[in-house]
Design a protein around this ligand. Structure first.
Ligand code: GTP
Length: 304
């Protein structure tokens, strides 16, 4: 990657797609250079179409993260997720198709089938650091070449900054020559309110582990900024964690409310850092059974 400001001005949209858990959010965060999308060990934590923006030299990359492609269940929530993926793929300049290096499963094949002809796709063979037999990668790459006409093949690790820098240099030439859409320092076009719900959701999944179904969601009901002579910025946030069962509610609240308190404290600390503000955060837990199957309710929670 070059940082010199010579050459034509470029700007373009880059979609990051792949089945759940291959490392899309990790890659996006590494590319944008700051935590924007939420990562966790639990699959399917990314539901929204999140953009991250990075300007390097004369090129501006506008990244679009997509939800993990759902195949197992077909509730209204999953249909909405799938629509988000297919919608994104039609109007981007470049697709980064992420798989785990050395692997290709039916789940990967289903996402690959969504790629549109005419839009260049780069194969990202991620998590290379976990591959012990590097010799197996060359024949695997040849096999991948048969499956799709990829523009480039990039074996890498999203956790290795050198690999991430190299990826920029590889992607740059696929951006069209045109003026930038965003300011040089902008990182995301998502609101702080949206980031607040994502951060609470991340803490929720981190602190409840594998037991909590991914249909649990967070709705921010209040997001108000008040002038504060003492703190500069002061933001009051109230949110509701919506779950499907009483047992999930009990799990989140924990013994004597300990777990919910921790979720709130960790989320508040991170929000304060991110927003450079003093944050007052209130969280509730509500049970709404079957919401993931209810089309209207999925919409009311902000999923298109
Ligand atoms: N060893 C290793 N682990 C990685 C790498 N990239 C991502 N991971 C891990 O893989 C897991 C899943 O990463 P995510 O970035 O959340 O995956 P995702 O594809 O966005 O997942 P969904 O949101 O479910 O679609 C996390 O535990 C990451 O830390 C990598 O290059 N090497």
């Amino acid at each position: 990657m070059t940082d010199d400001a010579t050459g034509p001005m470029r700007c373009g949209m880059v979609a990051i797609v792949g089945k759940p858990n291959v490392g899309k959010s990790t890659l996006l965060n590494a590319l944008v250079g700051q935590k924007i999308s939420i990562t966790s060990r639990k699959a399917q934590t990314t539901r929204h179409r999140i953009t991250g923006i990075r300007t390097v030299g004369t090129s501006q990359f506008v990244f679009v993260d997509t939800p993990g492609f759902q195949t197992r269940h077909s509730s209204a929530l999953n249909r909405s997720l799938n629509k988000a993926v297919t919608g994104v793929l039609g109007d981007v300049d470049l697709v980064l198709f992420v798989v785990e290096a050395g692997n290709f499963t039916l789940g990967d094949a289903k996402v690959l089938a969504l790629l549109k002809p005419g839009i260049p796709a780069v194969l990202i063979a991620n998590k290379l650091d976990t591959v012990h037999r590097r010799g197996d990668i060359a024949p695997w790459l040849r096999d991948m070449q048969q499956r799709h006409e990829f523009a480039e093949f990039v074996p890498m690790s999203a956790k290795n900054p050198k690999d991430v820098e190299r990826l920029f240099a590889i992607c740059e030439k696929y951006l069209p020559e045109q003026p930038w859409w965003y300011g040089e320092d902008e990182l995301t076009d998502r609101s702080e309110k949206f980031l607040a719900s994502e951060i609470v959701r991340e803490k929720l999944f981190r602190l409840t582990g594998e037991e909590l179904p991914y249909t649990s969601t967070v709705v921010i009901e209040q997001f108000e900024e008040e002038p504060s002579p003492k703190h500069g910025r002061f933001v009051k946030i109230a949110g509701t964690i919506v779950v499907e069962r009483d047992s999930h509610k009990a799990m989140i609240i924990g013994e004597r409310g300990e777990r919910l308190k921790r979720i709130g404290t960790e989320a508040r600390n991170e929000l304060e850092k991110l927003m450079g503000a003093k944050v007052f955060l209130q969280l509730w837990v509500k049970v709404r059974s079957g919401w993931a199957d209810d089309e209207a309710r999925v919409k009311s929670f902000g999923y298109e």
